[in-house]
Ligand binder design. Structure first.
Ligand code: PMP
Length: 284
């Protein structure tokens, strides 16, 4: 089956779908994006993603390309035309195409691209074994709360992780506190069973998965605090895990050269993973 992409008003064959060479996304990374999970042909946490998209657009003063109700239709159509049951939907809005000049162009219209494809959920065996992370300096800008398509530090960080044989890199601010992964939010469970994740300040992206897991924590009455933790605290933690739309919740069992807790996925990470997977299934 051939794939279809929505590009600026048209559904095109994915193979030949393209934007203009002077699209500001291409020249300046002047745009924002969202990645949504699709399960049973339905979008997971659609509302939270649309709220975050609106926030990213308004912070960058990019006009919404269409109303949310129209956007919901385009997203469903992209899923339908690509016959996706389990997978992801990628959505990107740039400031549009204009003659190259840094300041905002007067005439450009925002350009929306939507693609959707089948993906497998993360292999449950990976969750069973747990994953390793390495720590790296956070070299990003000071507005990581905006889901901008400017991802070069994240790309370099993920590659460092891969080169080190790790699944993810946890970025560390100048004070020695973990901000987040290159495409995931970071969590630990302290020895007294308190779950910790950084407050959603401008140093991290407020993950939609993060928000869903926070709700599960509140609902199930786990002890919890939203605060930054240091690399030393993470290494001394009894459990650690990470979250994102594409990997759900994965236990972290090694940070750099240090095993976390017993070196095996911990009970709280397992419980929260089950809770989150149930939340995803509810969308289907
Ligand atoms: N942090 C960063 C830097 C990310 O790129 C992502 C994935 N988009 C996340 C966290 C997790 O966000 P979400 O749970 O919305 O996928």
């Amino acid at each position: 089956m051939s794939r279809v992409a929505y590009v600026d008003g048209q559904y095109l064959p994915h193979r030949s779908a393209a934007v203009h060479i002077e699209d500001r996304g291409y020249q300046f990374a002047d745009g924002v994006y969202e990645v949504l999970a699709v399960t049973g042909g339905r979008l997971v946490d659609e509302e939270s993603h649309l709220i975050r998209l609106a926030k990213s657009l308004s912070e960058l003063r990019i006009a919404a390309p269409m109303s949310n109700s129209a956007l919901r239709i385009v997203m469903r159509e992209a899923i339908r035309r690509n016959r996706v049951r389990e997978g992801i939907l990628y959505l990107q809005v740039t400031r549009g195409a204009a003659r190259r000049e840094h300041a905002f162009p007067k005439a450009a219209q925002p350009v929306l691209v939507v693609t959707s494809r089948h993906t497998r959920r993360t292999d449950p065996q990976i969750a069973e074994r747990g994953i390793a992370v390495v720590t790296i300096p956070d070299i990003r800008w000071q507005r990581c709360d905006i889901k901008s398509i400017a991802l070069l530090p994240n790309v370099l960080g993920k590659q460092l992780a891969r080169d080190a044989g790790a699944f993810e890199a946890w970025q560390v601010d100048r004070e020695g506190f973990v901000t987040e992964g290159t495409s995931t939010n970071a969590w630990i469970v302290a020895a007294d069973r308190t779950v910790m994740t950084r407050r959603a300040d401008t140093a991290i992206l407020n993950g939609v998965t993060r928000l869903a897991v926070l709700e599960i924590i509140a609902r199930d009455g786990y002890r919890f605090v939203e605060r930054a933790f240091s690399v030393a605290e993470a290494k001394a933690a009894s459990e650690a895990f990470l979250t994102s739309t594409t990997v759900d919740l994965l236990p972290v069992v090694r940070i750099d050269d240090a095993p976390v807790g017993t070196g095996m996925p911990g009970p709280l990470a397992r419980k929260l993973r089950e809770g989150y997977l149930a939340h995803v299934t509810e969308a289907a």
